[in-house]
Design a protein around this ligand. Structure first.
Ligand code: NAI
Length: 255
């Protein structure tokens, strides 16, 4: 059984004001889902919501800091009240500041883990009852190739590896309820995050991009739509036998 309003499923995509999240939100809307577009600032979500409506879809902008337990829970409640019970959740929002381990403050560690790991926990816990009530659901967690190690960001790499454990555990615990949980692990994707990384390193972005391309099998960096396509597959009704997996969207194999 699936819970829908007027036959339309509802999805929540976090960090959907820009970058990968915006592309995922637009793609899921094109696939026919109503989308709760969640990001820190509600007004920042306007561009994504406008693009979805322009494409004939349904979207709602919701401002919430997903690392804040009450805000994360309230965001899910609002989407459920205004768009219908969410049965698709894409935990995409994430941050990845750089700092060498020996200079890293406890606050930075807690902030990164707070957004990248506690946030998905808060959202998934709040969405959980809707998935169980529907007897159907899809959870996609945005990990990263950094899960296998990131020399520049031990906090980020740790959070993205933990998300994979979270994903597999969800898959085991919720599978009997018709729920799948999978992780996407993108490689280099052009977005504000990679532009900021180049700026912090004092490198021109085009140079940064060309440098990355040299080690990518398909000879190019990714774009947010590459990730959106993978998310679309994983949340699709026909993907019900794919669960607990990590799908690398990195232009080549990752060790
Ligand atoms: P981005 O920095 O362009 O966008 C991230 C979005 O998340 C922003 O709109 C930001 O406001 C939002 N956000 C941050 N903290 C939040 C919070 N506490 N509550 C709600 N929203 C919050 O990043 P990008 O590149 O689109 O990345 C999306 C996801 O993909 C992240 O989890 C990132 O770690 C992951 N990823 C990105 C890669 C890349 O090369 N761009 C590679 C691998 C993973």
């Amino acid at each position: 059984m699936t819970t829908t309003v007027n036959g339309q499923r509802t999805a929540i995509v976090t960090g959907a004001a820009r970058g990968i999240g915006a592309a995922v939100a637009l793609r899921l809307a094109r696939d026919g889902l109503a989308v709760g577009v969640v990001d820190l600032d509600e007004t920042d979500c306007a561009g994504t919501v406008e693009a979805i409506r322009h494409a004939g879809g349904t979207a709602l902008a919701v401002g919430a800091d997903i690392a804040d337990e009450d805000a994360a829970t309230a965001a899910v409640d609002r989407v459920a009240a205004e768009l219908g019970p969410p049965t698709v959740l894409v935990n995409n929002a994430g941050i990845g500041p750089r700092a060498p381990l020996v200079d890293m403050t406890t606050q930075q560690w807690d902030t990164v883990l707070g957004v990248n790991l506690r946030g998905p926990f808060f959202l998934t816990r709040a969405v959980g009852p809707h998935l169980i009530a529907a007897g159907w659901g899809r959870v996609v967690n945005m990990s990263s190739i950094s899960a296998v190690g990131d020399a520049a960001r031990v906090d980020y790499g740790s959070s993205k590896a933990a998300l994979i454990g979270f994903t597999k555990s969800l898959a085991l615990q919720l599978g009997r309820h018709g729920v799948t949980a999978n992780a996407i692990a993108p490689g280099f994707i052009v977005s504000d995050m990679t532009r900021t990384s180049a700026r912090r390193l004092g490198v021109d972005f085009e140079e940064f991009r060309r440098d990355a391309e040299r080690s990518i099998a398909v000879g190019r960096v990714g774009v947010p739509q590459d990730v959106a396509h993978a998310a679309s597959f994983l949340v699709s009704p026909d993907a019900g036998f794919v669960s607990g997996q990590v799908l690398y969207v990195a232009g080549g194999p990752v060790d």
